[in-house]
Design a protein around this ligand. Structure first.
Ligand code: LLP
Length: 420
């Protein structure tokens, strides 16, 4: 969003018109808080950037799959990029029509393929030759035509964390160009399959757009080759991946992305699909946490808080750095601390080397830019119930997911007879 919805007013950090202090008191912590206005603005900016070409924005559900957020996007006209039947169910329940849903993933089970075919989604994004054969068998059994895109690995160099690069040589995703061309050839002889799309998704948190232009040029060449052999593409799915600014400095925008790829696609008279996740919801959310203890020590001092790596794993998993702001506004920052969670792992540090004012136990802190891959990657590790989620719209706050309780932890466990 151009102007962050999270700003200090009257000495307290607000989300839109609601004080995070009030939210912390009413709903408890840890708690994810999202701005409605920010999600809507991010979506509209992305959509507007591509208006000069017929396109579909298929929001990447994995970034944040809360039903309220999916409903906001459904109302805006968004489609969905899903990677499991669970995400497909969520997207449908939120009102996203099947003809705006694309389904990717290297390991779709047969029941997932069957469900997607019966639902008549827009495209199954097929990631291997073996998967294509499986789709064909299932479609034949159901007497249906499977509309597919082949996911291509353009094998470009991507400047991002290696765990989230997906379009470089050796990545498990999609088929390298030569194998993909082969897949289109096989699909032409298969009456159960219509290969009408090509898909790429080269990675996530990408800020250097040159990887996109290289990848699109490779897709263009592939499209030319298969068109000479008789396959005309109706859809070109460029995936997601546009990065956001975690440090507060300016980064590439959806307009920049459109200005990079659209001139390369003037020849294409089909529909372009984009699958943004992080750039729609990333800066729309904070994780609200309560300070528990200060632990000054050498060589590191810690501020222990009540949110942990089970609630928010990005710092532990990718070394991601998120800003931390005190909810009560203060003057200068005096301490350098590591903000640490309660989980029994040394990796449970939510923010390294944070400059913060003196924080009293009981004070609220906001971990910024956690709307994407925050709650959706949370777990119950250390038997910690998952946090609550709250959506703010104007001066109203809505609980959109209740905090779990101890009962949730054991809900699906069963005691075998010999132990009861
Ligand atoms: N399309 C496909 C096929 C994807 O696999 C992904 C993300 C997206 C779209 C959306 O990408 P985005 O616009 O959000 O970058 N957990 C990691 C990010 C993993 C991304 C996985 N795929 C993180 O926290 O950085």
């Amino acid at each position: 969003m151009l102007n962050s919805p999270f700003a200090y007013q009257d000495g307290s950090l607000f989300c839109e018109g609601v004080s995070l202090n009030d939210i912390g008191r009413e709903f408890g912590t840890p708690c994810y808080v999202y701005s409605h206005a920010c999600i809507v603005e991010n979506y509209r900016r992305f959509d507007a950037a591509f208006t000069s070409h017929q396109h579909l924005i298929a929001y990447a559900v994995k970034a944040n799959s809360n039903g309220a957020i999916l409903r906001i996007l459904a109302r805006e006209g968004s489609g969905a990029d899903v990677v499991s039947v669970g995400e497909l169910e969520r997207a449908r329940a939120a009102g996203i029509p099947p003809d705006k849903i694309v389904f990717a993933g290297v390991g779709k089970r047969s029941d997932e393929i069957e469900r997607a075919l019966r639902e008549e989604i827009l495209l199954l994004n097929v990631e291997s030759m073996a998967e294509m054969e499986q789709v064909s068998r299932i479609a034949a059994r159901l007497s249906l035509h499977a509309r597919i895109a082949i996911r291509v690995n353009p094998e470009v160099i991507i400047h991002t964390h290696p765990y989230i690069a997906t379009g470089s040589t050796g990545d498990k995703f999609g088929l390298p160009v030569a194998r993909a061309i082969d897949a289109y050839r096989r699909a032409r002889d298969d009456r159960s399959i219509e290969a009408i799309g090509a898909h790429m998704h080269i990675g996530s948190q990408i800020t250097d757009l040159s990887s996109y232009s290289k990848a699109v040029e490779i897709m263009n060449e592939l499209a030319r080759t298969i068109s000479e052999e008789g396959t005309q593409l109706s859809y070109l799915d460029l995936g997601g991946g546009l990065g956001i600014s975690y440090a507060g400095d300016p980064v590439s925008t959806p307009d920049d992305l459109a200005a990079t790829v659209l001139p390369l696609l003037e020849w294409f008279n089909g529909r372009i699909i984009l699958e943004p996740g992080r750039s729609i919801v990333g800066d729309a959310g904070v994780l609200l946490t309560t300070a528990l203890y200060s632990k000054p020590s050498s060589p590191r001092s810690f501020l222990i808080v009540d949110a942990g790596m089970n609630d928010f794993i990005r710092p532990a998993l990718y070394g991601a750095q998120h800003r931390v702001l005190p909810v009560r506004e203060r003057g200068s920052s005096v301490n350098i601390v590591d903000v640490a969670g309660p989980v029994c792992e040394s990796a449970d540090i939510l923010a390294h080397h944070c400059a913060l004012p003196k924080i009293e136990p009981g004070e609220f802190l906001a971990i910024m830019d956690v709307g994407a891959y925050g709650f959706s990657m949370s777990s119950r590790y250390n038997s910690r119930p998952r946090p609550a989620e709250v959506l703010v719209r104007g001066d109203e706050a809505f609980l959109i997911r209740e905090r779990e309780t101890a009962d949730d932890l054991t809900l699906r466990e069963r005691v075998p007879r010999f132990l009861s």
